[in-house]
Design a protein around this ligand. Structure first.
Ligand code: SF4
Ligand code: SF4
Ligand code: FES
Length: 233
């Protein structure tokens, strides 16, 4: 079967973006990540108009939904390229674009370092010995599964890169630290930062819950974080 793969290209942050199409023959079983690898292995890489193209810049690491590096927009929705397959797109036309809420590095690569900056500035670390109540292990595990992929921020109406609010990506990870930390000064500081970086800006649309590519129980983790950080429960 023939698939048309349209890729949004942008050589560098200041260069003009454009769309470039490629033709791929496949039985539909290949993941988008495998398609990108196959395209980049072509020498030369030639686009659908017969013009020589530069290799496509994109990121991956685990190729099994564990690292979040391959997050991109696939036909407009934020997804992981390693867990979407050609057969998922019966019209056989697939558009790949970088996540739109983060600064562009090149082609499908964006700079998501702002997520880690928020966690650091929110003081999300333990200063006391961790407390690990057994009945919370499942929720703590779910929190630790977050890939920091940014898909939840891509659909969040209130996230703007560079502003104070960091949406579900912050709250989901904050739960793990709040749950395990003691009740000292550091926790009070974290709670104040949590209000600034999550609670004050969240309008509870929960599109973050729907879009999470690893099906984290995002809503449950938001509620747990709020209960500790805002309501002191
Ligand atoms: S909560 Fe889900 S969508 Fe958001 S960063 Fe974590 S893994 Fe990605
Ligand atoms: S509930 Fe809505 S506003 Fe709050 S973090 Fe999720 S997507 Fe953003
Ligand atoms: S390459 Fe790790 S999640 Fe896709």
């Amino acid at each position: 079967m023939e698939f048309i793969i349209q890729v949004k290209r942008q050589e560098s942050p200041n260069s003009p973006p454009y769309l470039q199409s490629f033709i791929v023959e496949d039985d539909g079983e290949a993941a988008i990540a495998a398609v990108l690898e196959e395209l980049n292995s072509r020498t030369p890489l030639v686009d659908a108009d017969g013009k020589t193209a530069e290799p496509i810049f994109w990121e991956c690491s685990c190729l099994q939904r564990k690292c979040g590096a391959c997050a991109m927009r696939i036909n407009g929705a934020p997804k992981l390229a390693c867990s979407q397959f050609l057969r998922d797109f019966p019209k056989r036309r697939i558009t790949l674009e970088p996540l739109a809420k983060f600064p562009i590095v090149s082609d499908l690569i964006v700079d998501r370092s702002v997520l880690f900056k928020h966690c650091k500035e929110a003081g999300l670390w333990l200063e006391d010995k961790a407390s690990l109540p057994e009945r919370r292990h499942e929720a703590l595990y779910q929190s630790a599964r977050c890939l920091m992929c940014g898909c939840c921020l891509e659909v969040c109406p209130n996230f703007v890169c560079g502003e104070d609010f960091c949406g579900a990506a912050l709250s989901v990870n904050a739960y793990r630290i709040f749950e395990q930390s003691g009740h000292g000064e550091h926790r009070k500081e974290m709670a104040a930062e949590y209000r600034k970086r999550y609670w004050n800006g969240c309008s509870q649309s929960l599109s973050c819950h729907e879009v999470c590519p690893v099906k984290l129980p995002v809503e449950d983790l938001l509620v747990r974080s709020n209960a500790i950080a805002v309501w002191n429960r």
